[in-house]
Each structure stands twice: as C-alpha cells, then as structure tokens.
Design a protein around this ligand. Structure first.
Ligand SMILES: [Ca+2]
Ligand SMILES: [Ca+2]
Ligand SMILES: [Ca+2]
Length: 129
C-alpha cells in the first residue's frame, strides 16, 4: 500500500518535471539577445547584424555594468568560460568580440549566411551548464 502511494506522488512530480524546458538554455534570454541583434526584425541575423550586435549583447549580458562578464553572467560551463576569459577570470569586450563562442560561421550551421533562433539555441546549448 505504501509503495502505491509513493508511486502516485512520483507520477505527480514527474508530470511537473515534464513541464520544465528540456534544454538548459534560457530561451527567453536567448530570444532577447536574438532580437537585439536582428536589427531589421526579419527573424534572421545576418553577418553585419551579428557583428554590430555583439556590443549590444555584451552590454545585455553584463548585468552589473562592470564592462566585464563573469561566469555567472554568461552561464557557461567552467571549461567554456575559462577558454573565453583567459587568466584574469573575466571576459572583457575585446575577448567577447574576438571569441569563437561569438563566431558567426560557427553558429551558422546550414551555411546560408543567416543565423536563425534555432541555430543560436543549438549552439549555445553546447556551452551552457
Ligand atoms: Ca535581420
Ligand atoms: Ca580576460
Ligand atoms: Ca543559418
């Protein structure tokens, strides 16, 4: 009898868990960055939009206005963050713009010279904890 009741509770918890997003990526946050970069609002980020948008994304990530990004702000894995940040343990604007993590070609999986939200999400998911 006891087991049956526990089983019922697990089912309810399971249903709650299933309503959580499958990806660890914060979709709302990504959508916000994507919108920041998509200057003409066509739902795709072109190479010039991407280059111009990096600064805006940097500022958007830098929640505390320190002009550097911490691991907490970037929500990267420790390994992914260390690659970006280098020895000083923070990512400055120059590092962010130069970084592979913000490379247009790496994100543009289907090589149509446009980044869509799905491509950005898939790319960020590799680095998110
Ligand atoms: Ca666009
Ligand atoms: Ca650094
Ligand atoms: Ca593409």
């Amino acid at each position: 009898m006891r087991n049956a009741r526990i089983g019922g509770a697990c089912l309810i918890i399971g249903a709650l868990c299933a309503s959580e997003p499958a990806l660890a990526v914060d979709q709302a946050r990504l959508q916000r960055f994507f919108t920041l970069m998509d200057a003409d609002g066509d739902g795709l980020v072109s190479r010039p939009e991407f280059q111009a948008g990096k600064g805006a994304v940097f500022l958007a990530i830098d929640v505390d206005g320190s002009m550097t990004l911490s691991q907490d702000e970037m929500r990267l894995t420790p390994e992914g963050f260390k690659l970006l940040a280098g020895d000083d343990g923070v990512v400055d604007g120059e590092e962010f713009v130069a970084a592979d993590v913000a490379s247009f070609d790496a994100i543009d999986k289907n090589k149509d010279h446009q980044i869509d939200l799905a491509e950005l999400t898939a790319y960020v998911a590799q680095y998110s904890d």
